[in-house]
Design a protein around this ligand. Structure first.
Ligand code: SF4
Ligand code: SF4
Length: 100
């Protein structure tokens, strides 16, 4: 079985990202107070990364598969608390699945 890196897997799809209006917004500074950081474990596209050494959370909306997992596990995204929002991309934007 061949194990592909996530970026290579995602490259099988096409992404028309809206960099002016990211469909998911988080506040990495506020995320530092999050006790579970479940987003880093639930995202199938590995868009959330926790850097333990530098105590820093990074998120990249490009490559998002729009599954909604992060909205389910993150109470701040789920409740659209200040600094956080989750929406589907505007019509015609986002992921275009080519495989799977
Ligand atoms: S689960 Fe939500 S609040 Fe916690 S680190 Fe992830 S995005 Fe931030
Ligand atoms: S919607 Fe799914 S693919 Fe997109 S960032 Fe959230 S968990 Fe990852």
């Amino acid at each position: 079985m061949i194990h592909m890196k996530m970026d290579n897997c995602l490259a099988q799809n096409k992404f028309n990202s809206d960099d002016q209006h990211p469909h998911i917004v988080i506040d990495p500074e506020q995320c530092l107070t999050c006790g579970h950081k479940a987003c880093t474990r639930c995202c199938p596209a590995e868009r959330y990364q926790w850097d333990e050494e530098n105590q820093k959370l990074t998120f990249d909306h490009v490559g998002c598969l729009e599954c909604g997992n992060c909205r389910l596990v993150c109470e701040r995204l789920n409740q659209s608390l200040p600094g956080y929002s989750w929406n589907y991309p505007e019509q015609g934007k986002g992921v275009v699945f080519r495989e799977g």
